[in-house]
Design a protein around this ligand. Structure first.
Ligand SMILES: Nc1ncnc2c1ncn2[C@@H]1O[C@H](COP(=O)(O)OP(=O)(O)O)[C@@H](O)[C@H]1O
Ligand SMILES: [Mg+2]
Length: 371
């Protein structure tokens, strides 16, 4: 039955579950939500073996199995048109989750509904509704120009030629790939290739975009350019975007909402500014002074003095006390320049990860931060 080429193509490299995969139910989509995930889990059984020949022989006789809880019972729902940053350290379960949402992996347990479909069935309509782009995988044909891959996708998705032309023109313009799309993919820079990957992945105008590290390895200019594209595409077409990235700048610029996962569990679901306020509520105030002053004059400001060297001082102050501190500093001290910043996002996330160590035993409740 699965003669649909989209299925064959998209299933490349997929682990289609197997014996241990539990049957899925279609989630009753929460009102107004496009993606609903409830108690979603993916456990892998892996064969444990120590290094060395003796251990190899022993393991032939007695196999030791261990369960890796890659995703361990996560729930969330996403409204149409949302842009969500899916964050977590390496091995947290992000890619596994995206693959289950895209129907490339069968969940061990739980319920998933994407645009009204059950992803694991990989129906034709589902495949037309979604796309999955992974920065570390490529779908462009290596020896051929991206233009040929675009043409192939036109045929696979049965896009009428005039519609294809129009969509391609738009993507080529937004991504600025008019020239490079005619050169063999292997001759393109990583950034040029990534742009063409996105174009190829969007020709069928999916409503849901799963982007797994789309900017990995790119320089800052190219990262920013892809970011702009993703934002424009989302706004113009109302597409829903679920994105993972190591680059906090991507997430801060693109995602009003973030979902943080660690050890297969959701540990935060809410806005980035809220997370910063909860985890590192203090603001960092940097003062540049006209001349050196005695330390007590800075201490008199009533904030935590973090560093003071020469004419530069750094203070940490509670959000609610910021206005008073700044006003007082400007009035009382010879301030030349003053800047206020939040704690760096990397530090905020590191705090959050450290606060949620691996569960000692299976079945511990996830620590879910209230929004
Ligand atoms: N096919 C597999 N077999 C066994 N373990 C796997 C497999 N794929 C992923 N894992 C494990 O599942 C966990 C989550 O992996 P992944 O979803 O790729 O994390 P992330 O994308 O957040 O870095 C990791 O511990 C990883 O080693
Ligand atoms: Mg990953």
């Amino acid at each position: 039955m699965p003669t649909d080429p989209t299925q064959q193509r998209a299933a490349q490299g997929a682990d289609l579950g197997g014996a241990g995969a539990a049957p899925e139910r279609v989630a009753p989509a929460a009102a107004g939500s496009l993606i609903t995930v409830e108690g979603l889990a993916k456990h892998y059984r892996v064969h444990q073996r120590s290094a060395g020949v003796a251990a190899a022989l022993r393991s032939l006789l007695r196999r030791r199995w261990e369960t890796v809880r890659a995703v361990d019972g996560i729930s969330f729902s996403i409204a149409p048109g949302e842009r969500i940053g899916f964050l977590g350290p390496n091995g947290a379960g992000k890619t596994t989750t995206l693959k289950m949402l895209a129907g490339l992996l069968h969940p061990t347990a739980g319920v998933v509904s994407v645009a009204g479909f059950r992803p694991a069935e990989r129906s034709r309509d589902f495949l037309h509704a979604i796309t999955l782009v992974a920065g570390q995988k490529q779908q462009l044909l290596w020896d051929l120009p991206p233009a040929d891959t675009f043409e192939l996708n036109r045929a696979i998705y049965e896009i009428p030629r005039p519609v294809f032309r129009q969509r391609l023109d738009e993507l080529v313009e937004l991504l600025e790939v008019g020239e490079v799309m005619r050169r063999p993919a292997r001759q393109l820079s990583l950034g040029e290739r990534m742009k063409c990957e996105l174009a190829a992945a969007l020709l069928h105008r999916p409503r849901v975009l799963f982007l797994d590290e789309p900017t990995i390895g790119l320089d800052i200019t190219m990262q920013a350019s892809l970011r702009r594209f993703i934002a424009t595409y989302n706004e113009r077409h109302g597409a829903t975007v679920l994105l993972t990235s190591h680059y906090m700048a991507d997430v801060a610029a693109l995602c009003p909402r973030i979902v943080v996962i660690n050890h297969g569990r959701i540990i935060y679901d809410g806005s980035l500014p809220q997370l910063v306020r909860r985890t590192r509520p203090e603001k960092r105030v940097e003062l540049h002074l006209e001349r050196a002053i005695p330390r007590p004059e800075l201490e008199a400001l009533g904030a935590r003095l973090v560093s003071f060297e020469g004419t530069q001082a750094v203070l940490h102050v509670e959000q609610g006390d910021l206005k008073r501190l700044v006003t007082q500093a400007l009035a009382a001290l010879p301030v030349v320049d003053l800047s206020v910043a939040d704690a760096p996002l990397e530090a905020v996330l590191a705090d959050l990860f450290a606060a949620t160590p691996a569960p000692a035993a299976p079945g511990l409740p996830a620590i879910v931060a209230p929004p």
